[in-house]
Structure formats: structure tokens, C-alpha cells
Design a protein around this ligand. Structure first.
Ligand code: COA
Length: 260
């Protein structure tokens, strides 16, 4: 597929997805969402891609939200379909089997904050800003903001942000647990790549199962989630990588994982 609104570069097993509408501060229109979906289908299916980074073009914005031009004239059915489609795209990112890191290089507002939250890990540039400003437009978050924000930072802080539309700086986002780390803008992408490389050096099945157990387990009661973990612990014991990883430790040598 040819992309017009995103860039997809694959380097050393890492897919770098750049939202590329800088004139609109990388706002997400319907075409961009479709391209994002197609890109993540490709990422999921391509065995040469081990993980992905999402970032924004330019130095000002990660994603300044859904494209507001879409809203006037939207009726109830269109609105519900709009939200469901966006949620579907972001679910594909969160519940896929490959690590996805958000490298938030500027404004992450509305759908931008929601896209970052669907990623497994969030790194922010020191100029990044986060918020769910939908109430200022008379609407509510529709790409999962009311749910993922509450799960990440707690209901009280999520309500504060969603009710006021306040925009917070990267340091505050870090303080409340919305982002993992804050870096100078110039270092952000390299730090995200370093993180991907570190994860790629581990057992691939172990990585996949950690993502699955944390993502799915968070939606279950503790007892069932622990069972899910135990089942995956059992499955991972049947892998060649488990033999290799544990033997390598005992033989005092680096492990060479095959993903089998
Ligand atoms: N949808 C459509 N266009 C957007 C956009 C969005 N979410 N966010 C920014 N843009 C466009 C602006 O309309 C402007 O286009 P123009 O140059 O053709 O006029 C361009 O991007 C630059 O934005 P501008 O507002 O001039 O930049 P700024 O530095 O003054 O402000 C923001 C930056 C992010 C604070 C401001 O653009 C903003 O509040 N955007 C909307 C954020 C939002 O509400 N997101 C949730 C949507 S549900």
C-alpha cells in the first residue's frame, strides 16, 4: 500500500511509523486512520518486523488529535462508527503481539494522547504536551481516552484531565505515570530505538507472552489473570528459548534466542 499521511520505515527489525501531516499538526483524519491500520496489519504479519515506534513528523506535534474538520455535520450513527473505527485501530496496536513504543515528540492531544496510550510504553520529548481537550469542543474522548487514561493514571486524575481539557507538560505526565521517561527532543527517537533493541535481545516468545499477560490480565480479575500467567509460564517452558536462556545463564555465556 502507498501511504500519503504516514511514513513507514523498517530498520533493523524496528518499524518506525511517522504520522506525517505536519501542516495540520499530524491530526488524524479518516485516511490517516486507515493507513495506520494497514501499517499495523503489515507490521503484525511481517516476520522481519519485531517491534514498532510511533512518532510524529516535525518537532511541534506528535498528533494534535482527531482532525476537527470531520466533526461538524456528524450524526449519531456516524459518531458511533467514527469512535468504533478509531478504537479498532488502537486496539490493534495495544493487543497485537509486537511491542509498540510511542515517541511523543510534541502535542499529544485528544486522539494523539489516545494513540500514545494504546502503545505499550511511552517516551516523551521534554517539549511534549498531553491532554484530552474534547470537552472544549463539546464532545468527549472517543478513541479510548476515558478508559485507557483512567487505567493508566487512576480515575481521579483521568476525570480531572477529561473534565477540564487541561493540557499538561511532559514532566507532569511523567509524574502521574502517563509517560515512562522524558528525554531531550533530539535524543527521543534514539532512546526509543535503544529500548526496542534491548527488548529484541530477549526471548521473543517471552516478550510476546509478557505483552499478552499484562494487556489481557489487566482486564481480568486477579485470580483468573494469575491463571493466565501460569498457563503462559507453562507454554514458555516448552520453547527452545527457555532451554537456551537458562542453559546460557548456567554456562556463563550470552543467550542466542531463536524465537522457537
Ligand atoms: N484538527 C484539524 N486541524 C488541526 C488540529 C486538529 N485537531 N490541530 C491543529 N490543526 C491545524 C490548525 O487548524 C492549523 O491549521 P491552519 O494553519 O490551516 O490554520 C494548524 O494545524 C496549526 O495549528 P495552530 O492552532 O495554528 O497551532 P498553535 O501552535 O497555535 O496551537 C494547538 C497548537 C495544538 C494548541 C492547537 O492547534 C489546538 O488546540 N488544536 C486542537 C487540539 C484538539 O482539540 N484536539 C482534540 C481534537 S478531538
Amino acid at each position: 500500500m502507498d501511504y500519503e499521511n504516514i511514513l513507514l520505515n523498517i530498520e533493523d527489525g524496528i518499524a518506525i511509523v511517522t504520522i506525517n501531516r505536519p501542516k495540520a499538526l499530524n491530526a488524524l483524519n479518516a485516511a490517516t486512520m486507515n493507513e495506520l491500520k494497514a501499517a499495523f496489519t503489515r507490521i503484525q504479519e511481517d516476520p522481519n518486523v519485531k517491534c514498532a515506534i510511533i512518532t510524529g513528523s516535525g518537532e511541534k506535534a506528535f498528533i494534535a488529535g482527531a482532525d476537527i474538520n470531520q466533526f461538524p455535520g456528524m450524526n449519531a450513527v456516524m459518531g458511533a462508527e467514527f469512535a468504533l473505527h478509531g478504537q479498532d485501530v488502537l486496539n490493534q496496536i495495544q493487543f497485537g503481539s509486537k511491542l509498540v513504543v510511542a515517541a511523543v515528540n510534541g502535542f499529544a492531544l485528544g486522539g494523539g494522547c489516545e494513540t500514545a496510550m494504546a502503545c505499550h510504553v511511552r517516551f516523551a520529548a521534554d517539549n511534549a504536551k498531553f491532554g484530552q481537550p474534547e470537552v472544549s469542543l463539546g464532545i468527549i474522548p472517543g478513541y479510548g481516552g476515558t478508559q485507557r487514561l483512567a487505567r493508566l493514571v487512576g480515575a481521579g486524575r483521568a476525570l480531572e484531565l477529561c473534565l477540564t481539557g487541561d493540557v499538561i507538560k511532559a514532566e507532569e505526565a511523567h509524574r502521574i505515570g502517563l509517560v515512562n521517561k522524558v528525554y531531550p527532543q533530539a535524543e527521543l527517537l534514539d532512546k526509543a530505538k535503544e529500548f526496542c533493541q534491548k527488548v529484541m535481545s530477549k526471548g521473543p516468545k517471552a516478550t510476546e507472552f509478557v505483552l499478552y499477560c499484562v494487556n489481557r490480565g489487566m482486564e481480568m480479575n486477579l485470580y483468573d489473570a494469575l491463571r493466565l500467567e501460569a498457563q503462559h509460564f507453562g507454554i514458555v517452558c516448552a520453547t527452545e528459548d527457555m532451554q537456551e536462556g537458562t542453559n546460557a545463564f548456567l554456562e556463563k555465556r550470552p543467550a542466542k534466542f531463536s524465537g522457537k
